[in-house]
Ligand binder design. Structure first.
Ligand code: BG6
Length: 514
């Protein structure tokens, strides 16, 4: 393993995130520029792209929000969130260069006059910096504002490219709708103003390095794919566990919950990637065509099957990393009788030839013992064991998405000694060890793709709607059933008892959170 790692390290540039060619010059209009997402994720991601020569030297960022603020003030606020300050806390030259490209624009989201002014401001920036008319609109506001922005962009003529060489794109943050009907309505509205090829529905999990590697791992290597089916796979476990609580997002989370927030998007996207057939090629249409087939083949849950195969939970007070933490109902902004789930576990079946009969166990939750996102493919036991009295753990292949990114394969090995004893061991690949580089922030990867017009890692209208079609009946069944007995797991645990039963009643077990 170590000699391979050295070869891999040699094969990559010391910092492999430098782009071979900068993207087209463009103006990025960030709606919701004073919000948390913009400050904590989007600005640092753009900065990362700028210092790695991925953005055109002539790009411009126009932060859009309702508060009045000068360009300088916006720059000062943005600087607080950029990585790598000088020891004195001041800006170094990379910061200064980046901050010079930032501008600010204030206005009301539903005021036509605002968008006339915006059009003028964009024309000015276009002329000053020779941006070629290229524009990226990024919706990072609360989702309730999206329809107003989209409508006004359309009315102001801002959705159409200025000439045949320029482009206009729009990035739509999750949550994409609140249920299938609202997602459909948003898709219809977007498509009445933009063409599908202009719309980039973002799911930041798809920008994570291991998630992208999943396709390379499956379809770039000949040895795994023959095993990747009901013939050899016993079950699949997908975990997205967080040790953080609801943080400052109570207002949003109270009306969302784990199922809408995580399962509808990230967890079902992972399911689609792990279960899909090989695409004809690695382009947006081919990859997304295969993913949608998986979502459409998942056996719908409702009524009895929700009661049997879906578990919801909410954390009570507990201890995380040896620190006492409040329960969900005690978090600021949360209803003291809240019935919102902070944990969900489900058993799904994919009714197709490859996966028929193989259970997919999915779980996600906040305030769990440790953060961990992984996909574990659990293989069937060897058909016949010749080592009398020696139990051998079945093989598993674990794709670690975070915090440590890598892949491990477990198998049984003879422990040294005169007695024949078989112990489970693992063969590990770690990104950092193999390639030396840490992984790039998912947002940087995705914004880079979007500026270059590559939609492979973005959601398509049909897949967002198909995911809602799976989640809606669960939410309906919960609404129509008895009130949940919350809280049902202490913060810092591995989730509610009922989630363990979900796997144990099938004679299986969840992998412990690492
Ligand atoms: C977001 C959810 O989409 O993903 C959050 O809204 C969640 O509730 C977050 O915390 C998890 O993302 P990551 O990259 O921190 O694992």
């Amino acid at each position: 393993m170590s000699s391979r790692a050295t070869a891999a390290q040699e094969a990559v540039h010391s910092d492999s995130y430098f782009c071979e060619a900068p993207a087209d010059p463009c103006a990025i209009v960030m709606f919701g520029a004073s919000g948390d997402l913009a400050k904590r994720k989007l600005l640092p991601a753009l900065y990362d792209l700028a210092v790695h020569s991925c953005l055109a030297p002539r790009f411009r960022l126009l932060g859009f929000a309702r508060t009045e603020m000068s360009d300088d003030e916006f720059g000062r606020q943005a600087a607080e969130f950029l990585p790598g300050k000088t020891p004195s806390g001041g800006a170094d030259s990379a910061h200064r260069d980046f901050l010079q490209q930032l501008h600010y624009f204030h206005g009301e989201y539903n005021d036509p006059g605002t968008y006339q002014r915006l059009a003028k401001r964009l024309d000015e920036l276009d002329r000053e910096a020779e941006l070629g008319g290229n524009r990226l609109f990024y919706l990072a506001t609360p989702p309730s504002v999206y329809p107003r922005i989209v409508e006004q962009l359309g009315r102001a003529g801002l959705a159409k490219p200025k000439n045949e060489r320029s482009w206009v794109r729009i990035v739509v943050e999750k949550p994409f709708g609140h249920d299938r009907a609202s997602a459909q309505a948003l898709n219809e509205q977007l498509l009445s103003v933009f063409d599908e090829s202009q719309i980039f529905r973002i799911d930041h999990y798809l920008g994570k390095e291991t998630v992208q590697n999943l396709l390379v791992f499956r379809f770039g290597n000949g040895i795994f794919e023959p095993l990747w089916s009901r013939n050899y796979v016993d079950s699949v476990q997908i975990t997205a566990a967080e040790s953080l609580g609801v943080e400052r997002r109570a207002a949003f989370y109270e009306s969302a919950g784990a199922l809408r927030d995580m399962v509808q998007s990230h967890v079902l996207q992972l399911t689609a990637l792990i279960a899909m057939e090989s695409p004809a090629n690695f382009d947006a249409t081919a990859v997304r065509n295969e993913k949608i087939k998986v979502l459409q083949s998942i056996r719908p849950l409702d009524g009895d099957s929700v009661r049997r195969d879906v578990v919801r939970g909410q954390y009570g007070p507990g201890c995380v990393n040896d620190e006492p933490v409040p329960g969900y109902r005690q978090e600021p902004g949360v209803n003291p009788n809240s019935a919102t789930e902070t944990f969900a576990a489900l058993k799904l079946f994919i009714d197709n030839w490859r996966w028929s009969g193989v259970p997919f166990y999915l779980r996600t939750g906040k305030r769990l013992a440790r953060p961990s996102a992984e996909i574990a493919v659990m293989f069937k036991r060897a058909p016949h064991l010749v080592f009398r009295g020696e139990a051998v753990e079945p093989n598993s292949l674990v794709l670690n998405i975070q915090p440590q990114e890598g892949i491990s394969l477990s198998f049984g090995a003879k422990a040294p000694g005169s007695k024949l004893h078989i112990a489970p061991v693992t063969m590990d690949f770690r990104y950092r060890r193999a390639f030396g580089a840490g992984s790039r922030e998912a947002y940087a990867t995705l914004i880079n793709d979007c500026i270059r017009g590559d939609a492979t890692l973005f959601d398509r209208a049909d897949s967002v709607e198909a995911a809602w079609a799976l989640v809606d009946p669960i939410i309906d069944a919960w609404k129509n059933g008895p009130a949940p007995a919350f809280p049902n797991y202490p913060a810092g645990s591995e989730g509610p008892e009922a989630a363990f039963d979900l796997a144990e009643s099938d004679g299986r077990q969840w992998r412990p959170l690492p």
